[in-house]
Design a binder for this molecule. Structure first.
Ligand code: BG6
Length: 479
């Protein structure tokens, strides 16, 4: 159980994130009894909504799979209420305060969690209003913030300065929802709870690491937002880099948040800024059948935009464990499949005892169909001595068929209620991440790199195969 009883306020409650992620996650926690039954949830946003509209909005993405789920929903809704208001008007935040005091009188809550599901432009105005009107001495305050945390190192530092003047680092929870994903949380256990991986987890045995994020959908409906940011800021600088960090970091002293985050920051500081020649960019065009629009066909995207919707980048970690090992990060929208996976590819076997050998690989499939599998050589059954590459396969759906994999947001909201920062981004970690990406982002923003066109629904820009091969990846001929 959480140490405190909270009142939760979701700011930006009428938006997409609140509807798709925040409220379904809160419901998930509620129905599984992780949320105290007295926890009130107040939605706040500018849109005027009556009760029915609000309920419709927050339940749209809630999946009711069982009868228990169906029975839990009305009880959950009893805890939820909505209040509209501007993001910079004290009077509106005073009204919110009145409402909070009212619900706290009945629940006895002594702590407040503000979830900022907001566009970056109102970030500081809201934080300022909250500090002024809803911050009380003696009341525990938690503030969950969502990316984008700035556009580059300077703007991120500016934001950190402004936010830091209002709330302490202890009060701030910067979400990277990939840190709440089951397979991402599994990385530390795989690495530090298995003796068989420890001694090979370095440049002597590992040739290269591939971290791949693919989505089938384009930027439909978010073209305006996306064009300002591009795929590197949208997923690579945060989600993929977090995965890299967990694969590459040294063992933390303990699982305490600061011990874990100290190691994460340390490994990031060993990574120099990405070089221009280590980047490949792409932008999608119409699908081959002409049915799906190209990126530039989106009315909200400025004509002639060079914003990448695909990027591959190779990062190097200049420490004793990883020196010379390429970490290839690839991500893209409007591709042939939806998949996030990590491939740790080992070196070639020395000597030539057997012909036709493929490399060992540890593959961690983050989504969909969570799995860990190891590609290894085996004797092909039969009278000969032929080798065959085979998988030692731990597919979650067959091994853990009764267990439900929690949603990333459930896991992270629960962590914040328990005041556990280990899966949230610390200020110096964010700084280190921006240092790696800012120079290449500036080059891209100056339009100095032309994205290679690729068709919607394809495997990405031509040249990706050569790019990964150049950075060490060897496709098995046996596959
Ligand atoms: C978000 C990005 O952070 O992550 C989106 O802004 C992306 O562009 C999403 O689609 C992917 O998250 P998930 O959990 O669906 O893999």
């Amino acid at each position: 159980d959480a140490k405190h009883l909270y009142t939760i306020v979701v700011l930006g409650a009428s938006g997409d994130l609140a509807k798709k992620k925040t409220f379904p996650a809160l419901f998930g926690l509620f129905k599984n009894q992780y949320l105290n039954r007295k926890t009130h949830i107040i939605g706040y946003a500018r849109t005027k909504m009556d009760r029915a509209t609000f309920e419709g909005h927050i339940t749209k993405y809630i999946k009711l799979k069982t009868n228990e789920d169906k029975a839990a929903l009305p009880k959950f809704l009893e805890l939820c209420s909505y209040q509209d208001g501007q993001y910079d008007r004290d009077a509106d935040f005073q009204n919110l305060e009145k409402r909070m005091v009212e619900v706290e009188k009945s629940s006895g809550a002594t702590a407040r969690l503000f979830y900022m599901a907001l566009p970056p432009s109102v970030f500081i105005p809201v934080a300022t209003s909250l500090k002024k009107n809803n911050y009380k001495k003696g009341v525990v305050i938690r503030l969950i913030v969502e990316k984008p945390f700035g556009m580059d190192l300077e703007s991120s530092r500016q934001l950190a300065k402004e936010l830091g003047a209002l709330f302490s680092e202890d009060e701030i929870y910067r979400i990277d929802h990939y840190l709440g994903k089951e397979m991402v949380k599994n990385l530390m256990i795989l690495r530090f709870a298995n003796v068989i991986f420890g001694s090979v987890w370095n440049r002597h045995s590992i040739d290269n690491v591939q971290i791949t994020f693919k989505e089938k959908i384009g930027t439909e409906g978010r073209g305006g937002y996306f064009d300002e940011f591009g795929i590197i800021r949208d997923v690579m600088q945060n989600h993929l880099l977090q995965i890299l960090t967990l694969i590459a970091m040294e063992s933390p002293v303990s699982l305490q948040a600061e011990d874990v985050r100290d190691e994460k920051v340390k490994v990031l500081r060993f990574i120099p800024p990405i070089a221009k020649e280590d980047v490949l960019l792409g932008q999608y065009t119409k699908s081959a059948d002409g049915k799906e629009p190209g990126y530039l066909d989106d009315k909200t995207v400025p004509a002639g935009s060079k914003t990448p919707t695909y990027a591959a980048a190779t990062l190097y970690i200049h420490n004793e464990r990883w020196s010379g090992v390429p970490f290839v990060l690839k991500c893209g929208k409007a591709l042939d499949q939806q998949k996030t996976e990590i491939r740790i590819q080992f070196r070639d076997i020395p000597g030539n005892l057997f012909s036709n050998l493929a490399r060992n690989e540890i593959v961690i499939r983050v989504q969909p169909n969570e799995a860990v599998y190891v590609k290894m050589m085996n004797k092909e059954p039969g009278l000969g001595m032929k080798t065959i590459i085979s998988d030692l396969d731990l597919s979650y759906s067959s091994r853990f068929n009764d267990s439900v994999i929690p949603e990333a947001y459930e896991s992270l909201i629960l962590d914040s209620l328990n005041e556990d920062h280990s899966n949230f981004v610390r200020d110096d970690e964010l700084d280190a991440a921006w240092k790696i990406f800012t120079p290449i982002l500036k080059t891209i923003d100056r339009r100095e790199i032309d994205p290679v066109p690729y068709a919607y629904g394809s495997r990405g820009p031509a040249g990706v195969t050569d790019f990964v091969a150049k950075h060490g990846y060897k496709r098995s001929e046996q596959e």
